[in-house]
Design a protein around this ligand. Structure first.
Ligand SMILES: C[S@@+](CC[C@H](N)C(=O)[O-])C[C@H]1O[C@@H](n2cnc3c(N)ncnc32)[C@H](O)[C@@H]1O
Length: 304
């Protein structure tokens, strides 16, 4: 069995797979995902969606797909932020695991990507790092069943991530695909000792080597931006911290602090939520954590 098939079973086997068995929960500790940090990430995304909706001429129907939606937290936080595009918004949570789909309470819920074409935005936060990949020695031999020894130099071939990107672009009549993940390049990964760029997590801790106790730990790989660029070069690339600032995180934090100062004496919930924006922003912008994730965007132009 090649590594891709192994990873497929370890993560997505209908009974024992990490994401199906209910063990996944949230990525914990330092490795919590941006939407799970709190409502601020969804509020920033809401502003980005408004900008794109306006650029597209405020269409009556504006579809947003959250690909690899997990329990649908992003949908809830965007809805809570009430972006201007809300009346036009058709939100589709796409999640292959039934355990994840059970959490979808806002928007539609689907196990696979919708058929296109539609105008809108497709977002994938920490999806591509979880898609099965093949492993090769630097001389091009597939690793297959062999367990490589530490210090070996390997490279990933992320065919499923590339296929996902090609599909996402093809179902957009026009709009944007937004991929957010920890990214590097095939060359950078080949230069680093295995398995530094292919990580496992169990609970809140780094896990064991990927072959240990399959189904009990997450397996994730840095996303090779050069391989995605081979499908189509991104229109824009930024660190998550820069991208969040472009879409107004600082204004949202300032508003929150002002609300906190105005309401602090009463200790009301809005004031508390305002104060927590500062703490959330710190995690989302952290230059050694979520802030250094890469946001790669592909615009698909209007065919007319
Ligand atoms: C690390 S979680 C990220 C969840 C969410 N996007 C977040 O940021 O909190 C990755 C999710 O992608 C889902 N997934 C993996 N492959 C998928 C696919 N081909 N289609 C849809 N969902 C997929 C997994 O089941 C898992 O719930």
């Amino acid at each position: 069995m090649g590594f891709a098939e192994f990873m497929e079973r370890a993560l997505y086997d209908p009974v024992l797979g990490f994401y199906e068995s209910g063990r996944a929960g949230r990525r914990g500790g330092h490795f919590i995902t941006s939407p799970e940090v709190g409502p601020l990430f969804g509020a920033v995304l809401g502003r980005m969606l408004d900008r794109r909706w306006q650029e597209l001429g405020q269409p009556d129907s504006f579809t947003v797909v959250d690909a690899g939606a997990g329990p649908g937290t992003l949908a809830r936080t965007v809805a809570k932020a009430q972006p201007c595009c809300m009346p036009a918004l058709r939100w589709i949570n796409v999640e292959r695991s039934a355990a994840g789909r059970a959490g979808h309470t806002v928007g539609e819920s689907a196990a696979a990507m919708p058929a296109g074409p539609f105008a809108g935005v497709i977002v994938a936060n920490e999806l591509l790092d979880n898609l099965p990949l093949s492993l090769f020695d630097v001389d091009g031999t597939e690793v297959g069943d062999r367990r490589p020894s530490p210090e070996t130099r390997l490279t990933p071939r992320q065919s499923q991530a590339c296929e996902w990107l090609a599909q996402a672009r093809s179902i957009l009549d026009h709009g944007t695909v937004v991929v957010i993940d920890y990214m590097s390049t095939t060359e950078e990964m080949a230069a680093r000792a295995w398995p530094e760029w292919l990580r496992t997590y169990r609970g809140h801790e780094r896990g064991d080597d990927p072959w240990t106790a399959p189904g009990t730990q997450d397996i994730t790989c840095e996303v090779a931006l050069d391989q995605l660029s081979g499908v189509s070069p991104p229109t824009r690339i930024a660190d998550q911290a820069v991208w969040l600032r472009t879409h107004g995180i600082d204004e949202l934090v300032a508003e929150g602090i002002a609300a906190w100062q105005a309401g602090a004496a009463h200790g009301d919930l809005a004031a508390l939520a305002g104060r927590s924006r500062g703490i959330e922003a710190e995690a989302l912008l952290d230059p050694s954590g979520l802030g250094k994730f890469t946001v790669a965007e592909w615009d698909v132009p209007d065919p007319q």
